[in-house]
Design a binder for this molecule. Structure first.
Ligand code: NAD
Length: 490
């Protein structure tokens, strides 16, 4: 009865190519952060529901992994055209469930297309190796899929993060269980529909919805060979420890605290627009957000320009909502605490209200100066459109602040000096470095992944590095001519 009042049908799991009923499972409500309205419900699946999905993925594996890779990628070529065809529908879903602006949601789907294109280039990238290692004896090494693998996603990129893993892992011959964030389960339904339309065989991709219980079941399931996780550091650690203690491969990406170091010789306009965009894009809910700036020396003029740029970012227009009521309260609390601790709020986004969407979860763009490294806002991931500015006299002091934080996703420097830029490239303790770039996401074929508490596991999650993660090497040595006996091996 209630289902009829929802804007989107109740979410179901997706197993063996079918949307499946989870009638006996408890459900939770899904709200749109744009309006605060209930838009759907999702099942909080249990270990039995996961097992049904794993059995489907296991059954699909022999045939899928035996399909030549050049045939496997044909499905993803078709899928890419379907993503393009349904761009608006996909972007609207992201916007509705996550709260992004339409342009941000569209950019997310465009990135999903780029990730799919990369997967389509896999036949060129995974050619094996071959050598005559002794007279008449040949060795070859080939990349083979692992089997059933899992991908656990966060709320902040409902479409892009699943594409960090689905195209590469599946093109490489694995079958997969996707666990979307319970806060943003809509996009995954459409992704599965489009992959089916593109010709993906049933059981190759399965979706199980839920929260903690299902993540733990994934880490424990004996038939899952590898687990990728993207989310907060706290949960990334739990997942990494639990999955690897069950002898699975795991790459677990965590949170971030990215520092933008601004030098007095930086181009003022370019720096101001980059810094403002970095801290506020996707309402600051990006693991690559430049949430902390360190001004080195005389940068008051640049700070003033940043504030001017930030004033042009208006909630409900070019600034989306944050994910939940709780997130809004947490972010505003950070601002209030920083102010009480002596920081100066130059632009205050607390209590933002968007006319017509009064129940939406909005925080306006916020700039806070004279933050000190001991303040909570300088240490914790705020995950909102808030820039905390610290001041130092030297670049070494700025680097010391950046390198003291436990995370290591991104760090950036704004300068017109090549040697200062090089110095930061050499000394910043982070996996992704920007020079005059506020969001230094490595585009394909470069791989995405931070250091320290921003990533646990050896490989990155995308790009060439992910090939290592999603495959294992088979080495074969052959001899066909008994007459060519030369040394111990022949
Ligand atoms: P989250 O850690 O709360 O949730 C991520 C996933 O873990 C979800 O699927 C969720 O259902 C599950 N989960 C939540 N609590 C759990 C528990 N107690 N036990 C087991 N599983 C649990 O993260 P989020 O709030 O959805 O996403 C925001 C976070 O993700 C931020 O910290 C952000 O920096 C991070 N993130 C990092 C990257 C990166 O590349 N490093 C990318 C995107 C997001």
């Amino acid at each position: 009865m209630e289902v009829q009042t929802l804007k989107y049908p109740a979410i179901r799991n997706y197993v063996a190519g079918q949307s499946v009923e989870s009638a006996s499972t408890p459900t939770m409500d899904v709200f749109s952060p744009l309006s605060g309205q209930l838009i759907s419900t999702l099942p909080l699946s249990n270990a039995a529901a996961l097992d049904a999905a794993v059995q489907a993925a296991k059954a699909a594996f022999p045939s899928w992994s035996a399909t030549p890779i050049k045939e496997r990628v044909q499905i993803f070529y078709r899928y890419k055209t379907l993503l393009e065809r349904d761009m608006k529908v996909l972007a609207d879903l992201v916007r509705e469930e996550n709260g992004k602006t339409y342009d941000e949601a569209r950019a997310e789907v465009e990135k999903a297309i780029e990730l799919t294109e990369f997967a389509c280039s896999m036949p060129q990238l995974i050619q094996g190796e071959f050598l005559e290692v002794s007279k008449g004896v040949e060795a070859r090494a080939e990349r083979k899929p692992l089997g059933v693998v899992a991908s656990i996603a966060p709320f902040n990129f409902p479409n892009m993060v699943p594409h960090w893993t689905i195209p590469n892992a599946i093109v490489l011959g694995n079958t997969m269980i996707l666990k979307p964030s319970e806060q943003v389960p809509l996009s995954a339904v459409k992704i599965a529909e489009l992959l089916k339309e593109a010709g993906l065989p049933d059981g190759v991709l399965n979706i199980v919805n839920g929260d903690k219980e299902i993540v733990e079941a994934i880490c424990d399931h004996p038939d899952i060979q590898a687990v990728s996780f993207v989310g907060s550091t706290k949960i990334a650690k739990v997942v990494y420890i639990r999955a690897t203690s069950n002898l699975k491969r795991c790459v677990a990406l965590g949170g971030a605290k990215n520092h933008l170091m601004v030098l007095p010789d930086a181009h003022p306009d370019m720096t101001a627009s980059n810094v403002a965009a970095s801290m506020s894009g996707c309402a600051g809910q990006r693991c690559m957000a430049g949430s902390t700036m360190v001004g080195v020396g005389a940068v008051d003029g640049i700070v003033a320009k940043i504030v001017e740029e930030a004033k042009k970012i208006v909630a409900g227009q070019n600034l989306g909502s944050v994910i939940s009521k709780e997130a809004k309260a947490r972010i505003e609390q950070h601002i209030t605490e920083a102010e009480a601790a002596g920081a100066k709020v130059l632009l205050d986004g607390r209590n933002a209200v968007v006319p017509g969407q009064e129940d939406g979860y909005y925080v306006g763009a916020t700039v806070i100066d004279y933050v000190t490294p001991d303040m909570r806002i300088a240490q914790e991931e705020v995950f909102g459109p808030v820039l905390a500015i610290m001041r130092t006299d030297t670049l070494d002091e700025a680097l010391a602040i950046e390198n003291a934080n436990p995370y290591g996703n991104a760090a950036a420097v704004f300068t017109s000096s090549g040697s200062s830029a090089r110095y930061v490239m050499d000394h910043a303790n982070a996996g992704m470095i920007g020079v005059n770039i506020g969001v230094p996401v490595p585009r394909e074929p470069f791989s995405f992944g931070g250091w320290n508490d921003s990533k646990f596991g050896a490989c990155d999650i995308t790009g060439k590095s992910s090939i290592e993660f999603w495959t294992q090497l088979k080495k074969t040595t052959t001899k066909w001519n008994p007459e060519s006996r030369v040394n111990w091996m022949s």
